[in-house]
Design a protein around this ligand. Sequence first.
Ligand code: BG6
Length: 473
Amino acid sequence: MIKKTIVQKPFQIIIFGASGDLASLMLFPAIYNLYAQKRLPENFQIIGYGRTKLTRNQFQKIFHQSIVKKYGQNPYKLTQLIDHLYFFSGPYDDLKSYENLNQFCKKLAGTEKVDQVAYFSVPPVVFADLIVNLSKTIKNSNNKLKLVIEKPFGTSEKTAQELVKILGKHFDQRNIYMLDHYLGKIPVQSIIQLRMENNIINQLLNGDLISNIQLTAFETADIGQRIGYFEHTGIIRDMLQSHLLQILSLITMDIPNHPNRNSLEREKYALLSAVHFSGKKDDLVIGQYQGYQKLRGVKKNSKTDTFAAVKLSIDRRQWFDVPIFMRAGKKLGQTISRVVIEFKTMPFQNHNCAVNKLIFEMKPAEKIELILYKDAKHSKSLTKMGGTVSLAHNLACVGDECLTEYATLILDILNGKKDYFLSINEVLASWKITDDIMKTKNRSDLLNYKGGSEGPKSQYRLTKKENFYWYES
Ligand code: BG6
């Protein structure tokens, strides 16, 4: 029987940007998730910090609504959890306010020694203020203050380097948690686990056997309330820069002997620094959905990409002729989040025959699927065989108790486990690739596509198969 991971030490999490969307949609449900499963100690406090002037009571109501929205009316033990919530309002650039916050936190902790976490649920433009002010106040009282910073870390390699510089000046790397929530997803963590533990899967993930890899993150959702962020970010920086490149690195990196954080980090970084974008316009398709420009907050003639498909390569012997297709888009006909690995056929086989595939799927289902085709010699039909492993009740579950991706990662942060967080080197290497794509984006045509469709119609003359590489349907 797997033992349930719990947090034993008393703690405080200060959520900066606590009145925003990310907090309500992801962080509050994650905290509830951990609490309802009795994984938190008796003594802890969640302190919201934001520019919006909220009373403690108002903040508790917002929290309450977010949980009811996710888990339905009367969620188990919610009233007790609400007692652990506080709110402190103030600007991000005023040192005095952080001094007061520090006093406030000390008073709440009383005589108890508590672990403290500062969670940045704010736009990157305020990161620098937070880092500097926290280092002069709370970190002075608690040298082990942990910082949690969500992707995107900066907007380019240059701005990420600036962020790294400022972080390095004020905080010890060991206390910085760079979070990409995809690394909290069960199917993504399963890639590492399977590769570590299952040699058959690991032997299959060999570039000599693979004809191509396709990573897809399609959403039916549009940009909704997030224009302020998305308009100057675009899909390439939003989805490819961290989420998809991280998954690619997990699938194609060399497997370290010891699955500890340092070796994982070394191998992921080695892989990411070998990923290459050609700079050719033909290797990038970008699009914007019709109606995007009518949204409030979007610039007239905005060039923001809401769809992108890109062809990458990996500069390593076993991967050098394996094209990597990455595609992501908003307001499409389907929500799909998966990696399809297509295997090579044998030289004497009919090249049009269906190919064997290994699929890691995050959405719509959480599963790993191996599809094997039997090429029936005398008939045109193919027999599909293979197996599917459903992951829903796997890694993040103990019995019926499963954790959301954010809950998994918050649990790790509170327990000081950094395996599923990013290193600075990985972040910079990913930006280097993204910057190269962005340069080409500026020279490429932004294609229009209808909401609910498969994305923009290709401007190239593509065969059905090639078309599939760009737009999974
Ligand atoms: C976020 C992006 O990081 O991931 C969003 O900023 C995107 O634009 C989201 O919708 C997708 O996450 P998930 O877990 O729903 O696949």
